[in-house]
Design a protein around this ligand. Sequence first.
Ligand SMILES: O=c1ccn([C@@H]2O[C@H](COP(=O)(O)OP(=O)(O)O[C@H]3O[C@H](CO)[C@@H](O)[C@H](O)[C@H]3O)[C@@H](O)[C@H]2O)c(=O)[nH]1
Ligand SMILES: [Mn+2]
Length: 444
Amino acid sequence: MNSLRRIDYMTEAWVTLATNDSYAVGALVLAHSLKSVNSTRPLVVMITDQVSSAMRNRLSEVSCRVQEVNVMDSQDSAHLALLARPELGITFTKLHCWTLTEFSKCVFLDADTLVIQNCDELFDREEFSAAADAGWPDCFNSGVFVFRPSMETYGKLVAFAVAEGSFDGGDQGLLNSYFSDWATKDISRRLPFIYNMTASASYSYRPAYKQFGKNVRIVHFIGSPKPWQASEASAFQNPVPGDHIAHWWRIFICYVLPYLSSDMSATLTPDLEIPSVSTSDLEIPSGSTSDLDIASISTSNHYSFAPVQLSSDLPLPSTTVPRPSFIESDSFASDTDSAQPEHVSHVNLSFFGISLVSPRLTGVAAQFSQLTVKEVPEPVADKQDEKPLVSSPPEVTVEAAAAVDSGPSSREAWEHGFIDYTGRDSFDNIMQKIKKTLESNKKP
Ligand SMILES: O=c1ccn([C@@H]2O[C@H](COP(=O)(O)OP(=O)(O)O[C@H]3O[C@H](CO)[C@@H](O)[C@H](O)[C@H]3O)[C@@H](O)[C@H]2O)c(=O)[nH]1
Ligand SMILES: [Mn+2]
């Protein structure tokens, strides 16, 4: 790769696609994940007319452009049936990314990807670069690829699609047939797997994940359910590791959920009952609000994380999300070293009426303490036309609780980054706690 290449930040961009509000939730989390790793390139979100105007507004806040494109559909139910994914014909819409010709080079990211470490070096690669598909490594996975927008290429791809179709009914089959020399022609076009790690890889080849997992840059939640399909969250129990899902959810809860409104047809879980609590019921800490400092909140106070409803002087999280603590690289030492507030021994994060008590969420709250305010929300008045989805915002209650269910030693382990993702701190354990809490809430 040419290290002297002139980096043209203005003409290089990440590109994603959302044809409905559900995938748009994925795109929002993806956008925040890119910000959290300080990517120098902006994000373009391609949408279709199915995406609600409220969701378009949210997308425009986190991207440099929201580009409406026409739906393209392979209409190839026979091949899609082989994949058992009848909905994927619409992924032909992805081909529109080649029409973004004001950009010289782009990296396409599926809306179900999550960037967990900076990977701007992908822009040093050439069209067409992609990583192997874990299911058939002689094919590439089309969830992450480097391309050069060009109307000529776009025309050829569409003509090819009409003439040849796709062997899997989706864009991946089509693109693999079109860029058929990907596997053999030039090794530099074969992206390392760390740029498109399908979550399943971490359990199908565990030792490799243990050895190389810390290098992973982009996680891809292929197949279904997607992380935002929360009603099916139980499907994320072992063997799918919970750490990446949990990271997706951390971003979702902190940076996406508080801004959603009811006119977005987001597929939030129907299992959760949304309580109606007015903001006046919430106790909000007084004092300095320029920094969100959980350590300054006394043990009995409540901190309310409610950027949509309360715009005046409540602190907001920055769009900088701390790196996931499971990344063990030395270069992140400053993140993990920062002192955790000592009296935060037990965090009770309740949202949608669910109380979660877990060391994982102690981590979430501890991360709040590292955040500084960088973005100011639009005034409430601007959003009056949008009815908040939640009348009560997510609420974080910090207590110096005597009884920490996981015990002090496991809590300390958590706080020092030793997290037992497969056992004590596994996602299914947290899900069990959610269920238990829900059940106990139901009891009169
Ligand atoms: O209704 C839909 C379906 C898909 N997408 C977009 O298309 C992408 C691909 O769909 P996805 O559900 O993520 O597919 P995967 O489960 O990742 O399955 C594989 O197969 C697809 C079809 O070939 C490829 O597009 C994917 O890259 C490949 O990983 C999504 O991420 C979205 O960006 C939508 O916007 N709306
Ligand atoms: Mn995908």
